[in-house]
Design a protein around this ligand. Structure first.
Ligand SMILES: *Cc1c(COP(=O)(O)O)cnc(C)c1O
Length: 362
């Protein structure tokens, strides 16, 4: 089988040239006589890899010096606990925006450690829009204000220009599915995190970008490994980090730089999304499920008039090399995830296929 257009929500498509570079270096990395996987994390060779990855990410995202960049384990889901454990430390309360499954999980976890105030929710319409973020409803004494920046499952996002004013309350953003895909001003946040497997590389490493003044006040019972300061003090080398995933994410950072950086990626992502959404708006057969003004650049959910047609479309698309288009089990229908590594031709060809399917089945 040839390589397919993989529209998976995650783990997802990786740039072919990065896969090929990793393949070339797989057995004998830069004449070290070993694979990166066989290398001591205390070696100079590995330090070069992890520190270069950090520098490149700082460059790409314009991360200010008063932030630490951490390479952690445990996925995005472990951050749901680490954030309250480390940040809910003054008034033991935090504001959360509820926009889907991921923020629901984050809320449930935070409730174990303090008071959670849901300041806005779109649950009434199955998370098909971003609720109004009204600062009048925010708690000025909250320890932090939490948002999921891209809702992988429902296909909405909060772009940089919609980040609300929270005064002195630090903003926390889950960027798992849109990091390096659209521009955010990092200085608006106290903390940003992202699991790697959607836009950065293989599963196994989670990036946390943490403002330095927010570290060092974790709850007393916080396990050492779940304290941000533990990892910040040792530049993510407190214990053995996920070395191969970090190496691979580093290659992806270099690839994004070569592509022109985040702004260039965002431009392509906007083009890709526009192709899909324009078709969905014109079609009276396929239908997008999200309100136009809140549509994600990364994940486009859509449905056909019947369950039978959904199933038929997914099966025929797969046979044509457009795979993993089945929607999340809680939404049904289809979802096309178009992360950085999905080339624009993949999206154009998918839409051509959708047009053909419409003509044949309407
Ligand atoms: C995938 C995802 C997560 C969870 O990531 P894991 O690494 O599987 O724990 C959290 N938030 C968002 C927005 C995601 O897309």
């Amino acid at each position: 089988m040839e390589r397919v257009y993989n529209f998976s929500a995650g783990p997802s498509m990786l740039p072919l040239e990065v896969l090929e570079q990793a393949q070339k270096e797989f057995v004998n990395y830069k004449n070290t006589g070993m694979s990166v996987m066989e290398m001591s994390h205390r070696s100079k060779d590995f330090e070069d890899i992890i520190f270069k990855a950090e520098d490149d990410l700082r460059d790409l995202m314009a991360i200010p010096d008063n932030y630490s960049v951490l390479f952690l384990q445990g996925g995005g889901s472990t951050q749901f606990a680490m954030i309250p454990l480390n940040l809910m430390n003054k008034n033991h309360k935090a504001d959360y925006v509820k926009t889907g499954q991921w923020s629901k999980k984050a809320i449930a976890e935070a409730k174990r450690y303090g008071n959670v105030n849901v300041v806005a929710s779109s649950e009434d319409k199955t998370f098909t829009y971003i609720p109004k973020l009204d600062p009048a409803k925010f708690d000025k004494d909250a320890d932090y204000f939490y948002m999921t920046l891209n809702n992988t499952i429902y296909g909405t996002h909060i772009p940089d220009n919609m980040i609300p004013d929270t005064g002195n309350v630090p903003r926390v953003g889950d960027m798992s599915s849109n990091i390096l895909a659209e521009r955010y001003d990092v200085s608006k946040f106290g903390l940003i995190f992202a699991g790697a497997q959607k836009n950065l590389g293989p599963a196994g490493v989670t990036i946390a970008i943490v403002r330095k003044d927010l570290m060092g006040n974790a709850m007393d019972f916080t396990p050492t490994m779940l304290r941000y300061d533990t990892h910040a003090e040792k530049r993510s080398l407190y214990n053995t980090p996920p070395t191969y995933s970090i190496y691979f994410a580093g290659l992806v950072f270099q690839w994004v730089k070569k592509m022109g950086g985040i702004d260039a990626m965002q431009k392509i992502n906007e083009e890709k999304a526009a192709i899909v959404y324009k078709f969905l708006d014109e079609s009276d057969f396929f239908k997008g499920t999200v309100v136009p003004e809140n549509r994600s650049l990364m994940n486009a959910p859509f449905v056909l008039p019947t369950e039978e047609l959904n199933a038929k479309f997914i099966a025929e698309a797969k046979a044509k090399g457009f795979v993993n288009l089945k929607g999340h089990r809680t939404v049904g229908g289809m979802r096309a995830s178009m992360y950085n590594a999905m080339p624009i031709e993949g999206v154009k060809k998918l839409v051509e296929f959708m047009k053909k399917f419409e003509t044949e089945n309407k």
